[in-house]
Design a protein around this ligand. Sequence first.
Ligand code: DGL
Length: 259
Amino acid sequence: MNEQPIGIFDSGVGGTSIWKEIHALLPHENTIYLADSANAPYGPKGKQAIIELSKKNTEYLLNKGCKIIVIACNTATTNAIDYLRANYNIPFIGIEPAIKPAALQTKTSTVGILATKGTLSSELFSKTSNLFAKDIKVIEQIGNGIVELIEGGKLYSEEMKALLKIYLEPMIEANIDYLVLGCTHYPYLIPTLIELLPNDVKIIDSGQAVARQTKAILEKNQLLNTNILKPKNEFFTNDNPEILKSLLSDKYKVEYLAF
Ligand code: DGL
């Protein structure tokens, strides 16, 4: 079992930002990454549709023999992790916006959060937000169109910059000192966000925390890979492989697969 891969899925290419953190912390692990780009974005879809897509991705990864599944998607986590945990007998790691550290550290008592509609409207997000951020001001912004631009290969476009300017303006006016990235596609925006935000605004995401949690759960279940020879890292997408490839180093192969 220990040599079986870690399965990772996202609505598209963004979850590679999480794969990179996992691979950096657990370089000996075999991994399978699934980009459901043909169905991206998940954000505007309702809870039931997100559960159905998450089931499909989970079953694909289970058929490949994965020992643990990382839901590298805030939208799928906040809408489907309870269902998945209740219905499949395998550990699941999810990702949620890092609202807690932002709320604990803010000096202006005002933080911004950029996430999908599916995440911001989820019960899980409102629970976490009520628990940790009820005494501060949280400026929520749905990132309409961002995932679509990244999936379309327009990460560094003028269109993206213009969109982000509009989304950040109310946050800057409200004097945020933390911006929480609540979608795994968004860490790829960091260079552009740094350009657009005042210098003293800090950007946080949950990527490293997810990698640490993955390691802790593998350790707890005695599932860490002990065979440290040549790990295999496989990447699959059901849409244009070039977009996924563009976010990875050249040594990785990306395969098209109609899943
Ligand atoms: N990467 C997904 C997330 O973390 C994007 C969701 C979408 O496809 O809208 O939420």
